[in-house]
Design a protein around this ligand. Structure first.
Ligand SMILES: C[S@@+](CC[C@H](N)C(=O)[O-])C[C@H]1O[C@@H](n2cnc3c(N)ncnc32)[C@H](O)[C@@H]1O
Length: 296
Protein backbone atom coordinates (compact mmCIF):
# COMPACT_ATOMS: atom_id res chain seq x y z
CA UNK A 1 0.00 0.00 0.00
CA UNK A 2 1.90 3.06 -1.14
CA UNK A 3 -0.75 5.76 -1.50
CA UNK A 4 -2.00 8.08 1.28
CA UNK A 5 1.07 7.90 3.56
CA UNK A 6 4.81 8.33 3.29
CA UNK A 7 6.95 5.24 3.86
CA UNK A 8 7.26 4.22 7.52
CA UNK A 9 10.75 4.32 9.08
CA UNK A 10 10.02 0.84 10.41
CA UNK A 11 9.82 -2.07 7.97
CA UNK A 12 6.55 -3.44 9.29
CA UNK A 13 6.41 -6.17 6.69
CA UNK A 14 9.47 -7.63 8.47
CA UNK A 15 8.33 -6.60 11.95
CA UNK A 16 4.90 -8.22 11.46
CA UNK A 17 6.40 -11.72 11.73
CA UNK A 18 7.92 -11.11 15.18
CA UNK A 19 5.78 -8.27 16.63
CA UNK A 20 3.76 -10.48 18.98
CA UNK A 21 6.87 -11.97 20.64
CA UNK A 22 7.53 -8.84 22.71
CA UNK A 23 4.31 -6.81 22.47
CA UNK A 24 1.04 -7.11 24.35
CA UNK A 25 -2.19 -5.09 24.49
CA UNK A 26 -0.95 -2.29 26.74
CA UNK A 27 -3.53 -0.67 29.04
CA UNK A 28 -6.30 -3.07 28.08
CA UNK A 29 -8.09 -2.74 31.45
CA UNK A 30 -8.17 1.04 31.11
CA UNK A 31 -9.59 0.71 27.59
CA UNK A 32 -12.25 -1.76 28.76
CA UNK A 33 -13.25 0.70 31.50
CA UNK A 34 -13.64 3.53 28.95
CA UNK A 35 -15.60 1.36 26.52
CA UNK A 36 -17.85 -0.11 29.24
CA UNK A 37 -19.11 3.41 29.91
CA UNK A 38 -20.05 3.71 26.22
CA UNK A 39 -21.56 0.23 26.11
CA UNK A 40 -23.94 1.16 28.94
CA UNK A 41 -25.31 3.85 26.59
CA UNK A 42 -25.60 1.33 23.74
CA UNK A 43 -22.70 2.90 21.88
CA UNK A 44 -20.79 -0.09 20.53
CA UNK A 45 -19.48 0.78 17.06
CA UNK A 46 -15.73 1.34 16.98
CA UNK A 47 -12.78 1.82 14.65
CA UNK A 48 -9.21 0.82 15.52
CA UNK A 49 -6.68 2.72 13.43
CA UNK A 50 -3.25 1.17 12.75
CA UNK A 51 -4.27 -2.15 14.30
CA UNK A 52 -0.93 -3.85 13.69
CA UNK A 53 -1.41 -7.54 14.45
CA UNK A 54 -4.70 -6.82 16.25
CA UNK A 55 -3.62 -7.40 19.86
CA UNK A 56 -5.85 -4.68 21.30
CA UNK A 57 -9.06 -5.17 19.31
CA UNK A 58 -8.98 -8.97 19.68
CA UNK A 59 -8.54 -8.70 23.44
CA UNK A 60 -11.27 -6.05 23.66
CA UNK A 61 -13.65 -8.20 21.63
CA UNK A 62 -12.96 -11.16 23.96
CA UNK A 63 -13.81 -8.98 26.98
CA UNK A 64 -16.68 -7.02 25.40
CA UNK A 65 -18.23 -9.38 22.81
CA UNK A 66 -20.98 -6.92 21.83
CA UNK A 67 -18.51 -4.45 20.33
CA UNK A 68 -18.96 -3.88 16.60
CA UNK A 69 -15.35 -3.36 15.46
CA UNK A 70 -13.70 -2.28 12.22
CA UNK A 71 -9.90 -2.47 11.98
CA UNK A 72 -7.80 -0.32 9.65
CA UNK A 73 -4.14 -1.17 8.94
CA UNK A 74 -1.82 0.34 6.35
CA UNK A 75 1.14 -2.03 6.01
CA UNK A 76 0.87 -5.17 3.81
CA UNK A 77 2.65 -7.52 6.29
CA UNK A 78 0.77 -6.27 9.34
CA UNK A 79 -2.49 -6.44 7.40
CA UNK A 80 -1.81 -10.08 6.44
CA UNK A 81 -1.07 -11.03 10.08
CA UNK A 82 -4.12 -9.10 11.26
CA UNK A 83 -6.45 -10.76 8.74
CA UNK A 84 -5.22 -14.23 9.59
CA UNK A 85 -5.49 -13.67 13.38
CA UNK A 86 -9.03 -12.30 13.01
CA UNK A 87 -10.02 -15.28 10.82
CA UNK A 88 -8.43 -17.76 13.27
CA UNK A 89 -10.30 -16.29 16.22
CA UNK A 90 -13.57 -16.44 14.28
CA UNK A 91 -14.11 -12.92 15.54
CA UNK A 92 -16.97 -10.95 14.07
CA UNK A 93 -14.65 -8.11 13.16
CA UNK A 94 -14.29 -6.20 9.89
CA UNK A 95 -10.74 -5.69 8.59
CA UNK A 96 -9.72 -3.10 6.00
CA UNK A 97 -6.41 -1.98 4.52
CA UNK A 98 -5.85 1.78 4.30
CA UNK A 99 -4.45 4.93 5.88
CA UNK A 100 -5.86 7.09 8.65
CA UNK A 101 -4.85 10.12 6.58
CA UNK A 102 -7.60 9.42 4.10
CA UNK A 103 -10.52 7.33 5.30
CA UNK A 104 -12.90 8.03 2.40
CA UNK A 105 -14.42 4.58 2.82
CA UNK A 106 -16.01 5.72 6.09
CA UNK A 107 -18.88 8.21 6.07
CA UNK A 108 -19.06 11.18 8.46
CA UNK A 109 -20.51 10.29 11.90
CA UNK A 110 -19.95 6.51 11.55
CA UNK A 111 -18.37 5.47 14.88
CA UNK A 112 -19.09 5.73 18.61
CA UNK A 113 -15.36 5.50 19.30
CA UNK A 114 -12.04 5.53 17.47
CA UNK A 115 -8.95 4.05 19.12
CA UNK A 116 -5.32 4.28 18.09
CA UNK A 117 -2.47 2.71 20.07
CA UNK A 118 1.21 3.49 19.43
CA UNK A 119 0.63 4.67 15.86
CA UNK A 120 1.01 8.47 15.82
CA UNK A 121 4.83 8.50 15.72
CA UNK A 122 4.76 6.34 12.59
CA UNK A 123 2.57 8.63 10.50
CA UNK A 124 4.23 11.02 8.09
CA UNK A 125 2.80 12.95 5.15
CA UNK A 126 4.69 14.59 2.31
CA UNK A 127 5.44 18.27 3.05
CA UNK A 128 3.77 18.35 6.49
CA UNK A 129 5.49 18.94 9.84
CA UNK A 130 4.59 16.78 12.81
CA UNK A 131 1.92 19.04 14.33
CA UNK A 132 0.25 19.38 10.91
CA UNK A 133 0.23 15.58 10.47
CA UNK A 134 -1.35 15.15 13.91
CA UNK A 135 -3.90 17.88 13.13
CA UNK A 136 -4.77 16.11 9.84
CA UNK A 137 -5.16 12.75 11.60
CA UNK A 138 -7.33 14.24 14.37
CA UNK A 139 -9.52 16.06 11.82
CA UNK A 140 -10.13 12.81 9.93
CA UNK A 141 -10.88 10.88 13.14
CA UNK A 142 -13.23 13.66 14.29
CA UNK A 143 -15.05 13.48 10.95
CA UNK A 144 -15.84 9.75 11.24
CA UNK A 145 -16.85 10.01 14.92
CA UNK A 146 -20.49 10.50 15.86
CA UNK A 147 -21.33 13.55 18.03
CA UNK A 148 -19.86 12.96 21.51
CA UNK A 149 -17.90 9.98 20.13
CA UNK A 150 -14.82 8.94 22.10
CA UNK A 151 -11.23 9.19 20.86
CA UNK A 152 -8.96 6.79 22.77
CA UNK A 153 -5.27 7.34 22.01
CA UNK A 154 -2.21 5.62 23.45
CA UNK A 155 1.18 7.26 22.91
CA UNK A 156 4.34 8.05 24.90
CA UNK A 157 5.67 11.24 26.46
CA UNK A 158 9.29 12.42 26.10
CA UNK A 159 10.07 11.29 29.68
CA UNK A 160 8.50 7.91 29.05
CA UNK A 161 10.59 7.38 25.92
CA UNK A 162 13.82 8.72 27.43
CA UNK A 163 13.51 7.32 30.96
CA UNK A 164 10.73 4.73 31.09
CA UNK A 165 12.16 2.43 28.42
CA UNK A 166 15.20 0.63 29.82
CA UNK A 167 17.38 0.58 26.72
CA UNK A 168 17.04 4.31 25.88
CA UNK A 169 20.23 5.09 27.79
CA UNK A 170 22.08 2.57 25.65
CA UNK A 171 20.75 4.09 22.40
CA UNK A 172 20.76 7.88 22.89
CA UNK A 173 20.78 8.79 19.18
CA UNK A 174 17.94 6.47 18.19
CA UNK A 175 15.99 7.58 21.27
CA UNK A 176 16.36 11.22 20.19
CA UNK A 177 14.99 10.21 16.75
CA UNK A 178 11.91 8.59 18.33
CA UNK A 179 11.34 11.68 20.50
CA UNK A 180 11.57 13.87 17.40
CA UNK A 181 8.86 11.81 15.72
CA UNK A 182 6.55 11.77 18.75
CA UNK A 183 4.08 14.61 19.23
CA UNK A 184 4.51 16.01 22.77
CA UNK A 185 1.47 15.17 24.90
CA UNK A 186 0.79 18.89 25.55
CA UNK A 187 0.71 19.60 21.77
CA UNK A 188 -1.51 16.58 21.16
CA UNK A 189 -3.96 17.74 23.83
CA UNK A 190 -3.97 21.29 22.47
CA UNK A 191 -4.69 20.00 18.95
CA UNK A 192 -7.47 17.76 20.27
CA UNK A 193 -9.02 20.59 22.30
CA UNK A 194 -9.95 22.38 19.03
CA UNK A 195 -12.52 19.71 18.12
CA UNK A 196 -12.96 17.62 21.28
CA UNK A 197 -14.19 18.33 24.81
CA UNK A 198 -13.15 16.79 28.17
CA UNK A 199 -9.62 16.12 26.82
CA UNK A 200 -7.79 14.07 29.43
CA UNK A 201 -4.49 12.24 29.94
CA UNK A 202 -3.65 9.21 32.08
CA UNK A 203 -0.07 7.92 32.25
CA UNK A 204 1.91 4.84 33.31
CA UNK A 205 1.00 1.91 31.12
CA UNK A 206 3.81 -0.46 30.27
CA UNK A 207 4.44 -1.10 26.63
CA UNK A 208 6.69 -4.11 26.82
CA UNK A 209 5.64 -7.29 28.52
CA UNK A 210 6.47 -7.64 32.18
CA UNK A 211 6.46 -11.04 33.79
CA UNK A 212 6.08 -11.78 37.51
CA UNK A 213 8.94 -10.39 39.56
CA UNK A 214 11.80 -12.81 40.00
CA UNK A 215 12.97 -12.35 43.59
CA UNK A 216 16.60 -12.58 42.57
CA UNK A 217 16.28 -10.08 39.76
CA UNK A 218 14.30 -7.04 38.69
CA UNK A 219 11.10 -7.20 36.65
CA UNK A 220 13.09 -6.24 33.59
CA UNK A 221 15.68 -8.97 33.90
CA UNK A 222 12.85 -11.39 34.40
CA UNK A 223 11.01 -10.05 31.35
CA UNK A 224 14.09 -10.29 29.21
CA UNK A 225 15.00 -13.70 30.59
CA UNK A 226 18.34 -12.06 31.17
CA UNK A 227 20.70 -14.16 33.22
CA UNK A 228 24.45 -14.46 33.39
CA UNK A 229 24.10 -17.53 31.17
CA UNK A 230 21.91 -15.67 28.68
CA UNK A 231 23.04 -12.05 28.73
CA UNK A 232 22.35 -11.09 25.14
CA UNK A 233 18.59 -11.71 24.88
CA UNK A 234 17.77 -7.95 24.66
CA UNK A 235 20.09 -7.73 21.71
CA UNK A 236 18.43 -10.58 19.86
CA UNK A 237 17.09 -9.76 16.40
CA UNK A 238 13.56 -10.76 17.37
CA UNK A 239 13.54 -8.39 20.32
CA UNK A 240 14.96 -5.53 18.28
CA UNK A 241 12.74 -5.92 15.24
CA UNK A 242 9.61 -5.36 17.35
CA UNK A 243 10.70 -1.97 18.66
CA UNK A 244 10.97 1.43 16.97
CA UNK A 245 14.07 2.62 18.90
CA UNK A 246 16.16 -0.43 17.99
CA UNK A 247 14.94 -0.14 14.40
CA UNK A 248 16.20 3.46 14.25
CA UNK A 249 19.61 2.63 15.79
CA UNK A 250 22.59 2.46 13.46
CA UNK A 251 24.83 -0.63 13.46
CA UNK A 252 27.49 1.42 15.29
CA UNK A 253 25.06 2.45 18.02
CA UNK A 254 23.83 -1.15 18.40
CA UNK A 255 27.37 -2.43 18.67
CA UNK A 256 28.20 0.28 21.25
CA UNK A 257 25.12 -0.79 23.24
CA UNK A 258 26.33 -4.39 23.11
CA UNK A 259 29.75 -3.32 24.41
CA UNK A 260 28.15 -1.35 27.27
CA UNK A 261 26.01 -4.34 28.26
CA UNK A 262 29.01 -6.69 28.03
CA UNK A 263 30.95 -4.35 30.36
CA UNK A 264 28.07 -4.29 32.86
CA UNK A 265 27.98 -8.08 32.81
CA UNK A 266 31.75 -8.36 33.16
CA UNK A 267 31.77 -5.94 36.12
CA UNK A 268 28.84 -7.76 37.70
CA UNK A 269 26.77 -4.55 37.71
CA UNK A 270 24.16 -5.66 35.19
CA UNK A 271 21.45 -6.42 37.77
CA UNK A 272 22.08 -3.06 39.47
CA UNK A 273 21.72 -1.42 36.05
CA UNK A 274 18.38 -3.13 35.48
CA UNK A 275 17.16 -2.33 38.97
CA UNK A 276 17.98 1.36 38.37
CA UNK A 277 16.23 1.29 35.02
CA UNK A 278 13.20 -0.43 36.55
CA UNK A 279 12.92 2.38 39.12
CA UNK A 280 12.72 4.88 36.26
CA UNK A 281 10.03 2.78 34.54
CA UNK A 282 8.08 2.63 37.79
CA UNK A 283 8.32 6.43 38.11
CA UNK A 284 7.50 7.49 34.56
CA UNK A 285 5.68 4.52 33.03
CA UNK A 286 6.08 3.85 29.34
CA UNK A 287 2.87 5.10 27.74
CA UNK A 288 0.02 7.59 28.20
CA UNK A 289 -3.64 7.46 27.21
CA UNK A 290 -5.23 10.65 25.89
CA UNK A 291 -9.02 10.76 25.51
CA UNK A 292 -11.64 13.27 24.39
CA UNK A 293 -15.23 13.49 23.12
CA UNK A 294 -16.10 14.89 19.67
CA UNK A 295 -17.79 18.28 19.62
CA UNK A 296 -20.26 18.45 16.73
C1 LIG B 1 3.68 0.25 16.67
S1 LIG B 1 2.48 -0.41 15.57
C2 LIG B 1 1.07 -0.42 16.65
C3 LIG B 1 0.13 -1.55 16.33
C4 LIG B 1 -1.02 -1.73 17.33
N1 LIG B 1 -1.89 -0.58 17.33
C5 LIG B 1 -0.48 -2.00 18.70
O1 LIG B 1 -0.63 -1.15 19.60
O2 LIG B 1 0.08 -3.08 18.91
C6 LIG B 1 2.11 0.90 14.45
C7 LIG B 1 1.15 0.47 13.33
O3 LIG B 1 0.64 1.63 12.67
C8 LIG B 1 0.52 1.33 11.29
N2 LIG B 1 0.46 2.57 10.51
C9 LIG B 1 1.47 3.43 10.21
N3 LIG B 1 1.02 4.46 9.47
C10 LIG B 1 -0.33 4.26 9.29
C11 LIG B 1 -1.35 4.99 8.61
N4 LIG B 1 -1.08 6.11 7.94
N5 LIG B 1 -2.62 4.50 8.65
C12 LIG B 1 -2.90 3.35 9.32
N6 LIG B 1 -1.96 2.61 9.96
C13 LIG B 1 -0.69 3.06 9.96
C14 LIG B 1 1.79 0.51 11.04
O4 LIG B 1 1.71 -0.21 9.81
C15 LIG B 1 1.83 -0.38 12.27
O5 LIG B 1 1.11 -1.57 12.09
Amino acid sequence: MKEDASPDFENYTKTSTVYDVTRHPVGIDYMVEQLLALEKEGRLTGLDVGSGTGNHPLELKAKLPNLDLTLLEFNDGMFAQLSSKVAKNHADIKVQQGSVLNMVQFKDNSFDFVMMTQVLHHITAEGLDQDSVVTKVMTEIHRVLKPNGLILLNTSSKDQIERGIWFSVLLPLATAEVVKRTCPIANLMAILAIKFSRVNRVANFELLQTLPVDLKASKLTSHLKLTKENPTEPLSTIYQEGDSTWVLATDTEKSDAQTKLATLIKNDTIFQFFNDRQKETDTFGQTTFVTGYANK
